[in-house]
Ligand binder design. Structure first.
Ligand code: ZN
Length: 161
């Protein structure tokens, strides 16, 4: 079932999400989030963006250019970030029409809980590394705008107004 995507500045986008379990509600949430993400032409979506303050995000880095590869991450934790930082130009389904440049670690090691209750850990590179950092920001109540200098933010907010 598709869910509504909250738009910035909805206050729920600035709240810290709570740990998720692997219960039925979480399974349904993850399935709904993937459906919602695909319908919105996105490659990543975090639960707070559909109004659920749980530490869950979904991602599919390849569906737009190849085969769909849906992934669900529960309680993700970044264990390591590369020293190398890359400028990333990012859109956000909650801030439509705005692309903002955000510095991101080029690579991360991520640990998370899978829907079947097992723990996974993996080094993420390229788009997956950057997308995961964007979505984990959402779980911590942070959006792309929060990475900008006060001047750049004022300019971006003027565009949105
Ligand atoms: Zn976003």
């Amino acid at each position: 079932m598709r869910r509504d995507i909250l738009l910035w500045p909805d206050p729920r986008l600035s709240m810290v999400a709570e740990p998720a379990g692997t219960d039925e509600a979480t399974l349904a949430l993850a399935s709904d989030m993937l459906e919602t993400m695909y319908a919105a032409q996105g490659r990543g979506l975090a639960a707070p963006q559909v109004g659920v303050l749980a530490r869950v995000f979904v991602m599919d880095a390849s569906w737009k250019t190849g085969t769909a590869q849906p992934e669900t991450f529960l309680n993700p934790e970044i264990l390591w970030r590369s020293d190398a930082v890359v400028p990333s130009t990012e859109g956000c389904l909650s801030i439509p029409g705005l692309l903002l440049e955000v510095p991101r670690a080029a690579e991360i090691i991520l640990r998370w809980l899978m829907l079947d209750g097992t723990v996974a850990a993996q080094k993420l590179t390229g788009f997956r590394a950057i997308c995961a950092q964007h979505e984990i920001d959402h779980l911590n109540g942070i959006v792309t705008l929060d990475h900008l200098s006060p001047e750049a933010r004022a300019k971006a907010e003027a565009v949105l107004a």
